[in-house]
Design a protein around this ligand. Sequence first.
Ligand code: NAP
Length: 700
Amino acid sequence: MLDQALLEGTSKSAAEQQPVSEVIQLGSFVYGTWHSSHEDARTVVHAISNEPIYTVSSHGIDMQQVVEYAKQNGAILANWTFHQRANALKQIAQHLLEHKEDFYQLAYATGATRKDAWIDIEGGIQTLFAYSSLVRRELNDEKIITEDSWIQLSKNGTFGAKHILSPKSGVAVHINAFNFPIWGMLEKIAPTLLAGVPCIVKPATDGAQLTQAVVKAIEDTQLLPKGSLQLICGQIDDLFDYLGPQDSVTFTGSAYTGQKLRNHPHLNKYSIPFSMEADSVNSAILSPEADEATVDLFIREVFREMTTKAGQKCTAIRRAFVPQAQLEQVQQKLIAKLEKVIVGDPQKQDTTMGALASPKQKLDVENKVAELAKDAKIVFGGTTNFKFNAATPENGAFFPPTLLLCEQPLQATHVHTTEAFGPVCTLMPYQSIDELADLVARGEGSLVASVVKNSHENIEQIIQKIAPWHGRVHILDEESAKESTGHGSPLPHLIHGGPGRAGGGEELGGIRAVKHYMQRTAIQGSPNSLTQVTHSWTAGSNIKQDRVHPFKKDFDELVIGERLLTARRTVTEADIVNFACLSGDYFYAHTDKIAAADSFFGERVAHGYFIVSAAAGLFVDAAQGPVIANYGMDNLRFVEPVKIGDSIRVELTCKQKTPKPQKDLSQPAHGVVVWDIKVKNQRGELVATYDILTLVARAA
Ligand code: NAP
């Protein structure tokens, strides 16, 4: 029984509500309010009982107002810094985790077992956490991303450029498939919101109650500026007509729908980016020399991909390629495992595979299996009598795990191009690596392929041939098997998407996904203009020198461009010998007069690390002060050698400041200061350059 108020979006939490028996209207969240209608409603049924559970209608929603509401209020989010957005996302993820049982309760209605629902619910929430920490770690606490330090475009350095990325001032429309109603939304809105762009989410009608429950829970937190997240359950009608040049669309679903939507004239007119994730006929490959243990690994992976979420995963293995000699063995072993699968009601304890999401999906899978059977024979499952573990098996959208065998894959077409979105896979033999590569390519582009091999077997040739046809390739062997995240798991740090049939889109992939919602602009100008725009000191822009050492100043007193020019130090032979003794680094270029004379440098030179250490000796203020710690070094380059008798001095310039949130009140409040370091010789030539990062206490 589902919770009406939760689904209509009027409750505080699912657990607090009383169940009701009538079919309910699923609410949309648009222009700051919950909207539902019974007009033109579509009814969604329970995957196990086939009873109506809710209706969906977007009738009466003013799509123009939805778009305008997002754009009018979107500026608030864009005005937050990356870390503000990331902190809000982390708190939202924590809130969702606290309410996860509400979502599990709803997930059974989609036919998912608890294990299946985990991928959607907790996998989705973990994606929010991962993106939040990625942004806090990798991006400065700014509103824009600066990509380059300085591209000099003139002889004297008064004119140059940097590329910046700023949030688009539009809205991102995210249209999702039915199979991951929570993860599918969260993996898209995380990078969008972090980029500072508001979202309109349109879930598939099947499974929309889960998306809606999560949107409701996010809304309850009141952590996002209004207009950041709107939800349309039902049809989007003329929504695309109101999109403009700053907007973007992402789509996950069937190629048929995706291609139709992509051809919308309005998207074409305004060059609106349309990122598509569609049908994908993914492969698993058993390597040519696979031993017994490797065959077992292969079977385990194919079996898992067939049965998890009843095969309703865009990444699931649809084609399993096996060397001809091992075909019979693989088929028998796989069937032996499939025979043990208990398909049925996910709430029954002994069920190991749940149902498809709806009777409509069941019909679709039946039709697709019939298509595949034109090229292949069904060797397990199909529409044969299969016993389902449910009170009324005839009502559920159950489908048995189904294995087909295509013995002549070079003569076949359907097995390479038809995706049965259920627990269905086709086994095929291959004779050579060239033939394998040809067969894999007949999928016309996929999300992922797994190559299962012996630990020491070299499969470089296979990878080179199949990589261009995939967004991700997973190599599995005994060495990685224990810790592998598996064939089917898209990860926040890695690209999810694939060429051709798979849609040509790219999602996730770390910070790349955030940049997808931002505009890259080359900003040209003087160093001072670029320092102003990027809040990061640019070589050649104004500096400020003070009689007070910068290490005596707290975080808030320091200004960008503040510089210390140190005393000089002449490097002696004793320095080099002492440093060699201290470090144990007796490399010939520093210590062997004869070998050094024959070397690239023509004589002995100082160790690069001595220069870095000597530089610290020149710029550090030794007394206790606001600098808490040296926290790292970036971009180190040794540009020119330092020879015996050369004199070095250091320019230390305050480059960037990032305040840090105070997590532990017993520690002093502080921020990170990035210092630009330039070490120069007596001729003013640059010998070493790098950034150092220090933690500096804030004003009391
Ligand atoms: P679908 O029928 O194409 O629907 C996808 C989404 O598009 C749903 O939200 C659907 O809403 C919406 N939609 C349909 N017609 C529309 C229209 N005229 N205007 C605007 N929106 C429209 O696909 P599905 O059945 O949900 O999902 C199954 C397919 O998705 C499979 O083929 C699978 O391969 C693919 N998939 C791909 C990935 C991936 O990452 N590559 C992931 C998951 C699924 P309604 O439900 O309200 O019609």
